[in-house]
Write a protein that binds this ligand. Structure first.
Ligand code: ASP
Length: 359
């Protein structure tokens, strides 16, 4: 079996054998055993029992503007996150554990707008939102406007499991984190040059619109936002969804997006699907995106793919851009987006890691 299969050119879809990836990282090849002896074109029955899909944000992601190094970094980040979740699912762990683990990896990676790589508010601070949902029990945990939590997704999980609440924000959420041994960091931890420059660019563009500066600025939605998310099906047939974000660049302090809003940016229900969204949060809240996908399946009997696409079309009609990832109990997956790209990855039926960026 080829270690790397490169279709068309370097920028095209790259399929990685999970085993090869692990070997390249100096670990034992976890997926090798699963796909051993199976011809490439035949589904592996083991893998059929669980599934994992990730996103790292949707937006204007142009091939022509991407350097090979940058693309490699994004792909490597998504592969590391796939590996973290896959390892848990493969050994029979829960979809909740897998989505949390995958999202934590992306939160620690400065390339993605969540955790370490969170964007800046108009006040030059970082404020993060996250949510996680258990499709088996419909338990959910969400956090918003966090300033010092290294891994917001783990605090969302703690809120779900220990607070007796569904959603907590700001200082109260951080006090709860401190009391329960969640890692807090100084705001300085979240500083990245690239995000700071994006804030400056947007502020300069605003000034130029109001006539106080003479320059034209091209602001892409890459400068404005991003988010990370994971959805998974585990061997026990349980679905889970997790989403984490720094929100939108130059947002007002206190602004909360769709990611932590259960039913908008995040939703999971064993009787339908698990969904994590990314895009213009204001539109995704108004279109109740994640729950709508589930509702169309439940009440209209739509397939996962139809439901996901139809909800995204609704967002587009309102004027919103973005995408979502979704998985159902039959392990069907949907990854629609209406932007030029969405960082995304999944484990295919042969146990291979598929990472894609562009349309
Ligand atoms: N949905 C996120 C928010 O509005 C941003 C994004 O996904 O790009 O906070």
């Amino acid at each position: 079996m080829n270690l790397f299969r490169i279709r068309n050119c370097f920028f095209a879809t790259v399929l990685f054998s999970a085993g090869a990836l692990a070997a390249a990282q100096g670990q034992s090849g976890p997926a090798k055993a699963v796909s051993k002896g199976k011809p490439d074109d035949q589904p592996n029955m083991e893998i059929e029992k669980f599934g994992l899909v990730l996103h790292g944000g949707a937006g204007t992601i142009e091939r022509s503007k991407m350097t090979p190094e940058r693309e490699r970094d994004y792909r490597a980040g998504l592969e590391r996150a796939l590996m973290a979740g896959y390892e848990i699912l493969k050994r029979g762990g829960s979809s909740l554990d897998a989505t949390e683990a995958a999202v934590r990896v992306l939160e620690d990676d400065p390339h993605f707008n969540a955790g370490k790589g969170a964007v800046f508010t108009s006040a030059g601070t970082n404020e993060m939102d996250a949510a996680i949902m258990d499709g088996k029990t419909l338990a959910a945990g969400a956090v918003a406007s966090l300033k010092h939590i290294k891994n917001p997704i783990s605090l969302a999980r703690l809120v779900m499991e220990k607070s007796g609440h569904v959603m907590m924000d700001g200082d109260g959420a951080e006090t709860f984190a401190r009391e329960n041994g969640i890692e807090l960091v100084d705001q300085k931890y979240f500083y990245t040059q690239e995000r700071w420059e994006a804030l400056e660019k947007i502020k300069a563009a605003e000034k130029s619109r109001t006539g106080t500066a003479g320059k034209a600025f091209i602001i892409t939605d890459q400068d404005r936002h991003g988010t990370v998310g994971a959805v998974a099906l585990d061997r026990n047939g349980n679905l889970a969804a997790a989403t984490s974000t720094g929100g939108t660049t130059n947002k007002r302090p206190g602004r909360v997006g769709d990611s932590p809003v259960i039913g908008a940016g995040t939703y999971a229900n064993n009787s339908t699907c698990a969904v994590s969204a990314t895009g213009d949060g204001e539109y995704f809240i108004r279109a109740t995106v994640a729950h709508d996908v589930s509702a169309l399946m439940e009440y209209r009997g739509m397939s996962l793919k139809e439901a996901a696409q139809s909800v995204l079309d609704k967002v587009a009609k309102l004027g919103g851009t973005g995408g979502l990832i979704a998985i159902d109990r039959q392990r069907n997956m949907a990854l629609p987006f209406n932007t030029s790209g969405m960082y995304r990855g999944y484990v295919d039926l042969n146990g291979k890691f598929v990472v894609e960026i562009y349309k």
